[in-house]
Design a binder for this molecule. Sequence first.
Ligand code: GLV
Length: 328
Amino acid sequence: MRLPKLLMARAVFPEVLDRLSKHFEVQANQADTVWSKAELIERLQGKQAAFTTGGDRIDAEVLAACPELKICANMAVGYNNFDISAMTAAGVLATNAPDVLTETTADFGFALMMATARRITESEHFLRAGQWTKWSFDMFAGADIHGATLGILGMGRIGQGIAKRGAHGFGMKVIYHNRSRLDAGLEADCKAHYVSKEELLKTADHLVLVLPYSAASHHTIGAAELALMKPTATLVNIARGGIVDDAALAVALKNRTIAAAGLDVFEGEPMLHPGLLEVPNVVLTPHIASASIPTRLAMANLAADNLIAFAGGKPPPTPLNPAVLARS
Ligand code: GLV
């Protein structure tokens, strides 16, 4: 029996490649080369399936050029690299990798908030540069986490994980804003209070962004929103580049409109707005919020589960456009 053909857009754990190789004729990319759109299209010719990551854009142009494509499995919970309506129109199934990364990502969001508030990387750079010659009473004094007001914008599974850590572990007062309010049971679990976006911006001591990126959430935080925040506040973005206007944030950090920021995602990453590299009051990490070995393995295996289900004629576990399944 001929196996369907699968393109791996990026490198992956060898054991996941081995699993997939039992169900697909696999073209791997273990050299982890990042392809241009034209190179991706060229390699997708004749392939029914693709294993993608958040950097691999599947849009109408790719779909039109790759008529044999039937499924793209994203090794990410976010899927703004997929044009879902174009995929649905083309009859291409899209899947993502939710849930398995929730706790690891919430851990990281919390860690980034703490590092930002307590100026951990800024002080390490000072020390490594040989500038620590004496202790002083206000050296790298930052903001407290315990007892502070934690604001969360985007209260999905990861937002709820951060809220629980703050409320139960650090005695934080938790406020949140979301497209829809959580039910009373979930609010109680998170000890979280629903507020307007304006109140969230004005009240939070530490504001964490965990909302999905879409055209509607582009530049949710720009100069006007930053101006509403407390000058002592910190901002953490573990959601997606583009949710924050990075140019406006660089100015706000320079002018101390807010005290500090922690950023794991950037507009146009892996490029960064140069202004962010010029200010000391920002902690910068290269999109690693879900990067623990067990979680990255679970994400890769979930993407593989989706592909293997497709190869076996079964419904994939985490489809994004199940309408395609209903049609086939
Ligand atoms: C990471 O950013 C993801 O969406 O999984």
